[in-house]
Design a protein around this ligand. Sequence first.
Ligand SMILES: O=c1ccn([C@@H]2O[C@H](COP(=O)(O)O)[C@@H](O)[C@H]2O)c(=O)[nH]1
Length: 253
Amino acid sequence: MDVDIDKIPKHLLRFEYPIFEFNKAIIDATHQYVVAYKPNMAFYEANGLKGWKSLEKTIKYLNKNYPEVFTIADAKRGDIGNTSSMYAKAFLKDLDFDSITVAPYMGKDSVEPFLNFEDKFTILLALTSNEGAFDFQTLSTQDSPLYKKVLETSKTWNYAHRLMYVVGATKAEYFKEIRSIVPNNFLLVPGVGAQGGSLQEVCKYGLNKDIGLLINSSRGIIYASSESDFSEKAAVEAKKLQLEMKQILENHF
Ligand SMILES: O=c1ccn([C@@H]2O[C@H](COP(=O)(O)O)[C@@H](O)[C@H]2O)c(=O)[nH]1
């Protein structure tokens, strides 16, 4: 849910919280096809107080009306311990998201405050979908690339069963190796749709016995139309992706 106020249908601008109205319509139209919603904090923070309020209203709406749906605060936080504790409180306790994305760069003590939350998940950036992933994440450290170190080291931490990892769909050729390191953790996979990643390729090696993949598509669904039919068109795109996944799963299992 990367909601850019300049891209939403104009008729929503008459509401006090247009971003929330947009989200509400998208959620109501698509919830039957999705397992999770992932508001990206940048799009809410960029709209100041109104943006934050829209985020708050969106997560409350989800938790009240669709409690079975998994929620992800795409915040990419991580700082020294006492600061991370505040991020964790804000997103996992006060806003009550089920999970949050966290940058692993500052290490164990920066991630622990998120992992300490029972019944919540911390989604570490492992190998991201963007081109810049090759700047650092694939560089060799002593004996293996940095993204592998992130996976290997983090799985030794307390509450590692509360970890998931971000792996971009645009990096499909890495999934086999990644699955061999973290066979049981869920992977959050952005990069299908607008970024051109292949769902088929990701599933070839990314699936595990529990499925284990959360496939993300944002722009490809929420901006399927910029007219008054935006939520119906979003539902069509969500259903299309869900059917594609269903077919892959039927052939796989
Ligand atoms: O490696 C990453 C990590 C996060 N993202 C985020 O996922 C969505 C992708 O949006 P699309 O419109 O489907 O491309 C967006 O919120 C990114 O910030 C990512 O793309 N890659």
